[in-house]
Design a protein around this ligand. Structure first.
Ligand SMILES: [Zn+2]
Length: 252
């Protein structure tokens, strides 16, 4: 029996462009070819993932496009394969407080203390959960260096091989080289106890180091390149992108 899932009407390129202009600060920094690629990947993620609003939130095209566009940034030089295990994206209106303890290193929550959870990446075929208020604020202000969508989707890229170990199985990437840089930078910077570009949460595990440095790589590339050129170069190889050469960010 042929079973077709319900098709939502497709979101037009004009709507995607308008939402990107309003909400996705990084999109404005991309060259026209990359922006077109971002639009295509965004449309694909919007139409192939399942989207769900919870806690009274009814999900809108604006939310889907904003989240999908940020998720598409790390895979601009790839395709959507790294997100093949992301079946659903769950969106709640604002952060929730949780004191649930999760097993294993970096199960995807920001910490396992009692904290405001603004995002979560559940391993294997589990969903990505995000708080809309944080998503849209950070997406509009990339120069702050935080981006919960890039963070959680970096975890999903990392988990693609079944391990949240900070070593993402990206095709064509020289992972032994990345592993070396990761261990080096993680241990060396952690020993210094403070760091100008990576927030302390990066040093809770190699998986969080990868997720946080991915945020900074795309949101504050010039600063990361200046402070940590070896880390920047390794991420540039991994993602096959060079965001420090994008147009300068407009500060807003
Ligand atoms: Zn994390």
């Amino acid at each position: 029996m042929l079973w077709r899932r319900r098709q939502d009407p497709e979101i037009s390129p004009e709507v995607i462009d308008a939402v990107m202009r309003r909400n996705v600060g990084i999109a404005a920094r991309l060259a026209p070819d990359d922006r077109e690629r971002l639009r295509l990947l965004t449309a694909e993620l919007v139409s192939t993932k399942s989207w769900e609003g919870v806690s009274g939130l009814s999900i809108t095209d604006e939310m889907k496009v904003t989240i999908a566009a940020n998720a598409a940034i790390p895979i601009l030089a790839h395709d959507t394969w790294p997100y093949r295990q992301v079946k659903a994206i769950i969106v709640r209106p604002s952060s929730t407080t949780s004191n649930s303890r999760r097993s294993g290193p970096a199960a995807g929550t920001y910490t396992n203390e009692t904290v405001d959870i603004v995002g979560e990446a559940v391993p294997n075929f589990g969903p990505v959960a995000l708080s809309w208020d944080t998503v849209v604020y950070e997406s509009r202000h990339p120069h702050h260096g935080n981006n919960v969508v890039i963070h959680e989707f970096a975890h999903k890229i990392d988990m693609n091989d079944g391990y949240a170990d900070g070593v993402p199985p990206l095709r064509g990437a020289f992972l032994d080289g990345w592993r070396e840089v990761l261990n080096d930078e993680f241990e060396r910077t952690e020993a210094r106890e403070s760091d100008a570009v990576l927030r302390p949460y990066a040093f809770s595990s190699p998986a969080e180091f990868f997720a946080v440095s991915s945020e900074v790589f795309f949101c504050r590339p010039a600063e990361l390149n200046e402070a940590k050129p070896v880390l920047y170069a390794a991420l540039r190889e991994l993602y096959a992108q060079d965001p420090a050469r994008w147009r300068p960010a407009s500060v807003g």
